[in-house]
Design a protein around this ligand. Structure first.
Ligand code: AHR
Length: 536
């Protein structure tokens, strides 16, 4: 017999069951990021947060260096720019090119400034005054607290000229070029550790372009002379530049790796992406293509390492020593002269840059160097005029990563909704791709002693994504700092006197020994969360 009492119990059970079920549904609707601090990918190299200074447009002249400006010191260094550069924490800076270096003769840029020869600059069509050269760059690098990384001329330059540059920079005294440095006022050697053997030598646009066989031969001999001069230097070979449909980039990479596997320390790869069709979801998935290329080249390196004779030197790593967004300033008139390659960035560009940085962290076992191209004015995070400067949107994620992502990269498990892209061009005139199952949340994490740092990009343009961060080894404990880069909409950008997109410090998340933190990531945002994990 069904009594009133039994009905009440049944209703109670249904209600409780319903509550449990709805709690379960609510929980399972959240995205999940599972963090296990014991699942390590590799050490994050500090050189992942590098940049690049090329004699191009207003990167050097009118950018970091402007003689006669009231904003500059007595050496011509723009102090407002230097402050912004310092605050970016650039770990390593490549110099002096780029395409420029393939017809650059370093001896033009040393000695008394008024006696240096002005030259026609053929890569980007300017007059190169040579008033800024090796000594000025090394000095600048010290002031910005970065490791200088030089690129030698493998186009119109000779292997002897490369050797002499190493001698000028790294030999204490005795031979002619070491003594010349001393005579120029620099008694101590610069000890430049990183040297690249040319730039984009696979490209038909490169002055002195070579085929893979000729480049390998020249690079091998240059490497020999350079190492005989300074045995501890690290050498970076010019791998394939942006993948182009007419070229077979992997054939170039395979040949170079095979021929140079005993002598090089890194293979350089370059990548520029764009959004020419104005398709947000295609665009924000482009860092996945960089990750695919990384995996392909890693396999090629692994194959060559099986038979390489490297003594006790580590294996070859990948240096993404040029990457960025570059598609607006590609028209003929913006490709040359003193205003070349001036891109004005917006929030969606900042999301893409964070995607690149996440990809570098997730591949920290093989990617040991990355250089955003470039530092000031030329496809750059800092933009100047003769009265001041402003920080572009892409400055902020770069700064967050450089300041916070250190230690060991973690292998995360991310469960969230995904989307498929259309077939699209990656940049202008380049290969096409279609990306399937792109997660709306793009995530990377590092652990430094007990400190966990997580970077989460929410690619969803409209929706916030409520997410559970779940620690599988150890407990979250204490205050977790939260930083967000966002803006009113994906096209929002900064300008002189106007900062719309920047890093905002949000209220901290306070937890006490728990294995779960719930957080809702705002639409089109970059969020960095930082705090400690206590091991059980
Ligand atoms: O960064 C701009 C240019 O892009 C570099 O000079 C060249 O290496 C690449 O093609």
């Amino acid at each position: 017999m069904i009594t009133k009492y039994k009905i009440r119990i049944a209703l109670c059970l249904i209600l409780t069951g319903g509550l449990i079920l709805s709690a379960f549904i609510a929980e399972s609707q959240n995205a999940r990021i599972k963090i296990d601090i014991d699942r390590k990918i590799g050490d994050v190299d500090k050189n992942l947060f590098g940049n690049f200074v090329e004699h191009l447009g207003r990167c050097v002249y009118g950018g970091i260096y402007e003689e006669g400006s009231t904003l500059s010191d007595e050496n011509g260094v723009r102090l407002d720019v230097l402050d912004a550069v310092k605050d970016l924490n650039v770990s390593i800076t490549r110099y002096p090119g780029g395409n420029f270096v393939s017809n650059y003769h370093w001896k033009d840029g040393i000695g008394p400034k008024d006696q240096r020869p002005p030259r026609m600059e053929l890569a980007w069509e300017r007059l190169e005054t040579n008033r800024f050269g090796t000594d000025e760059f090394v000095n600048y690098a010290r002031r910005m607290n970065t490791e200088p990384y030089f690129s030698v001329n493998m186009g119109t330059g000779s292997i002897e000229e490369a050797q002499q540059w190493v001698e000028y920079c790294n030999v204490k005294g005795g031979p002619y070029y070491a003594e010349l440095r001393k005579k120029n006022g620099f008694s101590e050697p610069y000890n430049i550790k990183y040297w690249s053997l040319g730039n984009e030598m696979d490209g038909f646009w490169q002055m002195g372009h070579l085929n893979a066989e000729d480049y390998s031969k020249k690079a091998l001999e240059a490497a020999k002379l350079m190492r005989l001069t300074s045995p501890d230097i690290k050498l970076i070979a010019a791998g394939s530049s942006n993948y182009r449909p007419e070229a077979d980039p992997n054939e170039w990479n395979a040949k170079i790796l095979h021929e140079l596997r005993d002598v090089i320390d890194y293979l350089a790869l370059h990548m520029y992406v764009g959004n020419p069709d104005d398709n947000y979801y295609n665009f924000v998935s482009t860092p996945r293509v960089l990750e695919e290329r990384t995996r392909v080249v890693k396999g090629m390196i692994d194959r060559e390492m099986q038979n390489a004779k490297r003594g006790n030197r580590p294996p070859i790593y990948i240096a993404w020593d040029e990457y960025n967004i570059w598609y607006r300033a590609r028209a003929e008139k913006s490709m040359a002269g003193t205003r070349a390659l001036e891109e004005h960035y917006n929030l969606e560009d900042a999301l893409v840059i964070s995607g690149f940085l996440n990809a570098f962290i997730r591949n920290a076992d093989i990617v040991k160097m990355a250089n955003m191209a470039q530092l000031v004015n030329v496809i750059a995070p800092i933009f100047t005029n003769d009265k001041g400067m402003f920080k572009q949107t892409i400055y902020y994620p770069m700064q967050l990563f450089a300041k916070n992502m250190h230690g060991t990269a973690l292998n995360l498990q991310v469960d969230c909704e995904t989307y498929n892209t259309e077939k699209f061009f990656i940049g202008l005139g380049e290969s096409t791709t279609q990306q399937k199952n792109v997660p709306f949340l793009d995530v990377s994490a590092t652990c430094n002693n007990n400190e966990l740092t997580l970077c989460v990009v929410n690619r969803n343009k409209e929706k916030a994504i409520p997410t559970d961060l779940i620690s599988q080894e150890g407990l979250f404990n204490g205050d977790f700092e939260v930083y967000e880069v966002n803006g009113p909409d994906i096209k929002a950008g900064n300008d002189f006197g106007k900062t719309v997109v920047e890093t905002i410090k949000k209220p901290s998340i306070k937890v006490k020994k728990t294995n779960k933190i719930s957080y809702s990531f705002a639409p089109h945002s970059i969020t960095m969360i930082k705090g400690s994990i206590e091991k059980l």
